[in-house]
Design a protein around this ligand. Structure first.
Ligand code: AHR
Length: 601
């Protein structure tokens, strides 16, 4: 076949920020990941109210008497639990490098003066606690071993109260507290933007912030004001992905990281309509108004002068210069399109009135490509949205089939932000399918303004979703082949599209249009008697799971575990309320009916 390249014609300009990254705290991406803190549950806030397997001493081994207390002696209202101890606590294991320095700190008080002996490997440090009031004590410790099984031990000589027991490697990315190898791998992509903090993380859980007036909700949506200021005043949250987040990695740190890697910050704020299977819209206008004001305050935090309320906080935290925020996304994958859009318009109106140059990004709902998606695009189009966030996770064949997706998008309509995408299931073929698809994104650079693969990070021991771009454990990290694809494209962004055409015997991929898939946002779902029938009556696929096997089924964007039990396909991970997706093989038909039995216990 013949490829004709028309180098004499000028095609669309390709923006330097076409490719970026999307960071969400999923797969332990923040605590135990990018946030370099080595101590788990440093503030003793873990609770069975968040996760049945948690308690105040999760992550610690205790000798002597040690009790976590939530009473008036606490360090502050947001950091409610502390450790009342006469004995020792040993942290969960983490990695150290022999000869490297580590910054230890602890908040402590003792009614009668006492000492703390702090031990890292064979390094010891004595802290004298002489105050009956909470005070922060710091020390530098030097590791004597290169190991991924180091622990931190704090032993008291008498009764004491402890909180915020922390250990940070001295070497962090640009000295800003992020794990150097992970941050460097992200930086090596040369991202044009950083979307954060989610994802489902943003708009699930309580819409109230962590304050007394709202009853200190534990599992709440990601609200930026909960995540700034001194770390000891940031309340731990129980996140959508089934574990706790300390918020040590908060909005200031995200903005700083974006600046450090030369990426434009792109925050996502909750739109007061829950997504990701939690279908609720607020009916509280005051709460909605509070979130809209919070969003305006966020822009002031990022860009305002040091004399402004929130600009002053930014300066106090160490960054008097504005962060240069130019865009903001409202919401993520809401399932109630009209309710979401009504709120989105109110956010947009307020943002544009105060900050006319900020780009406000709407979204197109969950990644089902169905009626919600169509309705949201219709609404975004008629409202003249600046940009619309699309998400999809599909098979490699889908990506090959849909290379031309954006060729037919309206050139005069809203621009596209492909905020989340990944080819799933066929391992290496994923990265090739993504590479092929990205040529379609670049060809349509006049419509597709930004794109980011998702998810970005996965701790190999704590996976809620796969595939992911960069994997890590306590001391190592590695990129997938999709990481190499992203790196190749992201480091070689062109200036302009050069129009081209292909003629001749081009081999078209098979007309695969679908795949048998099961997904649920709940726990304890059971599926049975799955059958796909072509419109001509041909059975294209069936499985009743009676033989004890799930033939051809594979965990796809799996945030849990499926298995065959009692002749049905069962989501056996009941620990968290998450999406579970499992998929069988592709089906080759354009029209078909699918039937199945589904129950939830
Ligand atoms: O990237 C993982 C999840 O996929 C995101 O949280 C959500 O937006 C989407 O469903």
């Amino acid at each position: 076949y013949t490829i004709t390249v028309d180098s004499g014609t000028t095609g669309a300009a390709i923006s330097d920020s076409l490719y970026g990254v999307f960071f969400e705290d999923i797969n332990w991406a923040a605590d135990g990941g990018l946030y370099a803190e080595l101590v788990r549950n440093r503030s003793f806030e873990f609770s069975p109210a968040d996760n049945a397997s948690y308690n105040g001493l999760t992550g610690w081994t205790v000798t002597g008497t040690a009790t976590t207390r939530d009473d008036a002696s606490r360090i502050n209202e947001r950091n409610r639990t502390y450790l009342d101890i006469n004995g020792s606590v040993v942290s969960s294991p983490f990695a150290t490098v022999a000869g490297d320095f580590y910054d230890f700190s602890v908040w402590a008080r003792a009614d009668a003066a006492t000492t703390l002996t702090v031990t890292l490997g064979s390094t010891r440090h004595i802290v004298n606690v002489r105050s009956g009031e909470w005070r922060k004590y710091s020390a530098t410790l030097r590791a004597t071993a290169t190991t991924d099984a180091a622990t931190l031990k704090v032993e008291t000589a008498g009764p004491a109260k402890l909180d915020m027991v922390s250990l940070f490697p001295r070497k962090t990315f640009k000295n800003h507290g992020l794990r150097a190898d992970l941050a460097s791998k992200i930086a090596a992509l040369r991202p044009g933007f950083l979307r954060f903090p989610g994802g489902c993380l943003v708009n699930t859980g309580s819409m109230y912030g962590y304050d007394a007036a709202s009853g200190y909700p534990r599992a709440r949506s990601y609200q930026w004001k909960d995540t700034v200021g001194p770390v000891e005043t940031r309340a731990t949250n129980a996140n959508f992905w089934g574990y706790n987040q300390s918020y040590g990695l908060g909005y200031y740190e995200y903005f700083q990281f974006a600046e450090d890697i030369g990426a434009a910050p792109l925050p996502v704020v909750p739109a007061l309509v829950t997504g990701c299977g939690q279908n609720r819209a607020t009916d509280d206008p005051a709460l909605l108004q509070r979130h809209i004001q919070d969003t305006l305050d966020l822009i002031e935090f990022a860009n305002g002068p040091v004399t402004s309320t929130w600009g002053k906080l930014r300066a106090q935290m160490g960054h008097p210069k504005p962060f240069g925020l130019t865009m903001i996304a409202v919401g993520n994958e809401e399932n109630l399109p009209d309710a979401y859009f009504a709120n989105y318009l109110k956010f947009r109106e307020a943002i544009k009135a105060a900050y006319p140059t900020i780009t406000v990004i709407g979204n197109s709902g969950p990644d089902d490509q169905g009626a919600t998606f169509d309705r949201l695009w219709e609404l975004n189009r008629s409202a003249g949205s600046d940009m619309v966030d699309e998400h999809y996770y599909n098979s490699p064949s889908w990506f090959l089939q849909n290379n031309a997706r954006y060729d037919s998008y309206d050139r005069n309509g809203p621009k596209v932000f492909l905020g989340e995408y990944a080819s799933q299931d066929a391992k290496f073929a994923n990265s090739l399918a993504e590479a092929a698809y990205m040529t379609g994104l670049e060809r349509n650079a006049d419509v597709v303004r930004m794109a980011s693969y998702a998810p970005l990070l996965a701790n190999i021991d704590h996976v809620q979703w796969r595939p992911d771009l960069i994997w890590f454990d306590a001391d190592e990290s590695w990129g997938t082949t999709s990481y190499q694809t992203q790196k190749l494209f992201m480091n070689n962004v062109g200036d302009r599209v050069v129009p081209s055409s292909v003629a001749g015997a081009v081999v078209q991929p098979k007309p695969i249009t679908g795949r048998v898939g099961l997904s649920t946002w709940a726990t304890a779902a059971r599926y049975d008697d799955v059958k796909v029938t072509g419109t001509d009556g041909t059975v294209l696929y069936s499985d009743d799971f009676a033989d004890g096997n799930a033939d051809g089924w594979t965990s796809l964007s799996n945030r849990g575990t499926w298995s065959v039990q009692d002749g049905a396909y069962v989501q056996s991970d009941t620990a968290a309320t998450n999406t579970m997706v499992a998929a069988a093989t592709d089906i080759t038909a354009t029209d078909y009916d699918i039937t199945l039995k589904a129950t939830k216990t």
